[in-house]
Design a protein around this ligand. Structure first.
Ligand SMILES: C[S@@+](CC[C@H](N)C(=O)[O-])C[C@H]1O[C@@H](n2cnc3c(N)ncnc32)[C@H](O)[C@@H]1O
Length: 208
């Protein structure tokens, strides 16, 4: 069952995962400290462990799914990444970084649309970003409102076992950033996705 769950997960989100970490890991300067919110089963590790090691990145990954984390832990061991990737079985809503440990980047790697109270999550995590650091959102963004998408996307979990969360719309997301005084410093369209969606990496600064 655990194996099947991991296979399904890889099948449905491998492409997005690959684009996400390829672009985000390139964006982070050497020696950055990163909190990966929703690190999942670590399927990025086989492809990206050399860049994480070469850039001397430190990644704390948190996730609520213990099956995904157990596979992630196996991959960390297999690729000898113990000095670079640390994982915690915690929800972002409860996680507390060890003070005074703060992050250069907080990465939402296809996870932000999964939170019930995005505002509460943002209010928590913005306190953990070092001065000059950024929040980085990788997600599929849709420009045009679609009743079909609103209906189908939250239900895909029953079909695929992977929770894709709610639909992220361009206008709403930009309003959310503006309302929270998050200044967009990078907005990269990475790839066209299904139903006129786009994989996007958006980095925003929480400093005024
Ligand atoms: C779509 S997956 C992406 C996983 C990984 N970042 C990747 O790109 O392969 C989203 C992940 O967020 C995790 N997640 C969902 N809600 C969470 C929460 N409240 N706190 C931490 N992780 C959460 C899920 O368990 C899942 O592993």
């Amino acid at each position: 069952m655990k194996r099947l769950r991991n296979r399904l997960y890889r099948f449905f989100i491998q492409d997005a995962t690959s684009h996400c970490y390829d672009n985000c890991l390139r964006y982070f300067p050497p020696q950055s400290t990163i909190l990966d919110v929703g690190i999942g089963n670590g399927t990025m590790i086989p492809d990206f462990h050399p860049v994480i090691r070469d850039k001397m990145l430190t990644i704390d990954g948190i996730d609520i799914n213990r099956h995904y984390l157990s596979q992630c832990s196996e991959l960390i061991r297999h690729y000898h990444m113990e000095n670079h990737i640390h994982i915690y079985h915690e929800a972002v809503e409860q996680f507390r970084p060890c003070t005074p440990c703060r992050y250069d980047y907080i990465l939402f790697s296809m996870s932000f649309m999964l939170f019930q109270d995005q505002q509460a999550v943002l209010d928590r995590v913005r306190e953990w970003v070092k001065p000059g650091g950024h929040l980085v959102f990788f997600q599929t963004i849709f420009r045009d409102h679609s009743t079909f998408l609103d209906f189908i996307k939250p239900k895909l979990v029953y079909l695929t076992t992977v929770d894709f969360g709610t639909v992220v719309y361009e206008g709403q997301f930009q309003d959310f950033l503006r309302k929270n005084r998050l200044r967009v410093v990078e907005d990269i369209m990475i790839k066209k996705a299904w139903h006129r969606g786009e994989y996007r990496m958006i980095a925003a600064s929480p400093s005024a």
